[in-house]
Design a protein around this ligand. Structure first.
Ligand SMILES: Cc1ncc(COP(=O)(O)O)c(C=O)c1O
Length: 368
């Protein structure tokens, strides 16, 4: 008999990494390729984070601090939250994985919006949980009343990405409060605030208010986006210690590497870099939105660092034409919105060139 892994594992989709940019450039004969597909920070990391990494190079033969103590203290002071309210992961991707492993038993339900961040689905599949996906509203926002109505005795975990990926839409303070009031005690709500630092809206809720109020809420944030450290892999969860405790039991002792820890602490101390990032994003997003409007393309109002642009039924063709012009973007195929492209913001110069390339790519389609 051949060796078999657990049967349900064969139903999971392996993550298919895109081709490395260097390979793509070579294949397409491009001198420059602008990646606008992974919601990364076009300004890169803070120079203080880079210096911290260089200073730490002499001790990389040592195991990292398994408790992330320095970063924990720094975040604890930053948020005025007790130090034992933090748990760290190899990116928030790992947090999603670990919360699933710790909390979901076969037959439990994981609830999420659709479309929303795809890694929640994988966590349900891995743990043989029932995936309950609640469609977004017509304006592509979380339908929190429908989510509250769909809760059952088996519901264990509810993920709310705020802002949502791929739409960039947010849930508002009042509706979140009303939703949480309807969530029974046996349910853990995760507010995934990967794009928290970008949001500029008076009614955007800070999930920590609910953590502080003692609700069954855990907030995820990451150093991958506004802090520009996606390549180092570090994210964190904030919640009451008793909610984090099961996850502490299942995580690996050294799940966050040493360079990520020192870089994150230095990046946290450089709020000026975060402010510059936010400012650039605001300008780039409004420029992109305005340009799409001029081109007659519908966009979804976004509060994150990316924009959904409706380009019609040939979005994959448009994506390929953009690629030939040196811009890598995501098609909505992957998340069930095949007429859209998801484009993250770059520098203003990149955005200007992107708009030209988009216009050309659309014209190429209409003249074909
Ligand atoms: C909503 C959301 N959550 C989590 C992640 C994962 O981020 P990280 O790089 O911290 O693993 C992403 C990344 O795109 C995301 O969009």
């Amino acid at each position: 008999m051949p060796v078999r892994a657990r049967a349900h594992v064969y139903h999971m989709q392996p993550y298919r990494a895109g081709k490395p940019p260097e390979q793509l450039k070579q294949e397409l004969g491009l001198t420059d390729l602008v990646r606008l597909s992974a919601n990364e920070n076009p300004l890169g990391a803070s120079s203080r984070a880079k210096e911290a990494i260089v200073q730490h190079l002499d001790v990389i033969h040592l195991y990292p601090d398994g408790g992330c103590s320095q970063l924990r203290e720094a975040l604890s002071a930053f948020y005025r939250l007790p130090a034992d309210y933090f748990l760290f992961g190899n990116g928030s991707d790992e947090l999603i994985h670990l919360f699933g492993v710790a909390y979901l038993a076969p037959g439990d339900e994981l609830m999420m919006a659709h479309p929303s961040f795809v890694r929640y689905e994988a966590s349900a599949q891995l743990n043989q949980a029932i995936l309950h996906q609640i469609p977004l509203t017509a304006d592509l926002r979380h339908d929190l009343p429908a989510m509250a109505r769909a809760i059952t005795e088996r519901t264990k975990l509810i993920y709310i990405a705020n802002p949502n990926n791929p739409t960039g839409t947010i849930v508002y303070r009042d509706e979140l409060k009303a939703f949480l009031a309807r969530v029974p005690d046996h349910v853990l709500v995760v507010l995934d605030e990967a794009y928290y630092e970008y949001v500029d809206h008076p009614d955007y809720p800070d999930g920590l208010e609910h953590v502080r109020a003692g609700a069954n809420v855990v907030v995820f944030r990451t150093f991958s986006k506004a802090y520009g450290l996606a390549g180092l892999r570090i994210g964190y969860a904030m919640g009451r210690p008793e909610l984090l405790d099961p996850v502490e039991r299942v995580r690996e002792p050294f799940n966050v590497n040493a360079l990520a820890q020192v870089a994150a602490a230095a990046a946290l101390a450089d709020q000026a870099h975060v402010a510059r990032t936010r400012e650039l994003n605001r300008a780039a997003l409004s420029m992109l939105q305005a340009a799409c409007e001029r081109l007659g393309l519908r966009t979804v109002p976004s509060y994150a660092n990316f924009l959904l642009i409706e380009v019609g039924p040939n979005s994959t063709q448009v994506q390929q034409r953009l690629l030939r012009r040196g811009f890598l973007v995501r098609t909505g195929e992957a998340f069930g919105m095949p007429t859209f492209l998801r484009v993250n913001t770059g520098t203003l110069e990149q955005m200007e060139r992107f708009v030209e390339a988009l216009n050309d790519a659309l014209c190429e389609g209409s003249s074909a």
